[in-house]
Ligand binder design. Structure first.
Ligand code: ZN
Length: 270
């Protein structure tokens, strides 16, 4: 993990916007500091695990503290339906094995890890953005994949300036960010107006996504009115790939990914 220089921290503190599940630093097109400057300098991740499905034995990641906190460790972190939230974490060493850069516009120029998504999600994102463009909605990527170490740097930074209690209200602990799955992307218009900000909710882009994202396998992961279930405020810009079947079910039923998993668990118990 890179250590942040004082200059970086100072610039960050000037540009940072406090956010919920994403805790992405809002990067306006003219802002020099970029999210992934917090992270490992390599853009494309080396894949040590050749298996496309699973990073092997994950039980070693369950610490005594996890047990005390009743945390669940995802045993299928490569499943597109994987649940990652405040109670469910990814294995610490988890890195998706098939990260690629989707061919879509981004609101920043730098070649950084936050351009990346898992292959299937990246392809779906391209289709989603193309469909939006046909309807006159130009979308751009703001922040996709984020490694465990990037999240750790960010979370540590928030704690250093806000204190732990406050930081935890909007920032995900390392291992608990959906961005580490490579299945999430924060989006905005191509100018980055309201990028990862509440005002995005009032844009035609947010309305289009709310209606059409499930057709391409994405859900609005943190919907309005479901804060108590997801653990995060409404984030109309954070879309999460789950595949079209699950996304359509979630949209039709008006539920969250948490509720989808809960129902599935109940069905298997019967
Ligand atoms: Zn996000």
């Amino acid at each position: 993990m890179n250590r942040l220089s004082t200059a970086q921290l100072l610039t960050m503190s000037a540009t940072i916007t406090l956010l919920a599940g994403c805790n992405v630093q809002t990067t306006k097109p003219d802002a020099p500091i970029a999210q992934a400057s917090l992270s490992s300098p390599k853009v494309l991740v080396e894949h040590k695990d050749p298996s496309p499905h699973g990073s092997g034995n994950v039980t070693s990641d369950v610490t005594e503290k996890d047990k005390r906190d009743q945390l669940q460790i995802a045993n299928k972190p490569d499943d597109v339906a994987v649940l990652v939230n405040k109670q469910n974490k990814l294995p610490a060493n988890y890195t998706p094995s098939d990260l690629v850069e989707p061919n879509v516009p981004f609101i920043f120029k730098e070649k950084e890890e936050r351009r990346l998504m898992r292959k299937e999600a990246a392809k779906a994102l391209e289709e989603l953005f193309n469909a939006a463009r046909k309807d006159g909605i130009d979308l751009a990527g703001v922040s996709g994949y984020r490694s465990f170490d990037s999240q750790k740097s960010l979370f540590t930074y928030y704690i250093s300036v806000q204190g732990e209690e406050t930081a935890r209200q909007y920032s995900a602990e390392p291992g608990h960010s959906e961005h580490q799955t490579g299945l999430a992307m924060d989006v905005s218009d191509t100018k980055g107006t309201c990028a990862a900000e509440d005002c995005f909710a009032d844009t035609p882009h947010a309305k289009w996504l709310d209606k059409h994202a499930p057709e391409y396998g994405f859900i609005i992961r943190y919907p309005k009115g479901k804060e108590a279930i997801t653990g995060y405020n409404y984030e109309p810009w954070h879309i999460r790939y789950v595949g079209t079947d699950i996304a359509r079910t979630i949209q039709r039923e008006g539920i969250t990914l948490e509720e989808y998993h809960q129902r599935k668990t109940e069905l298997t118990k019967k």
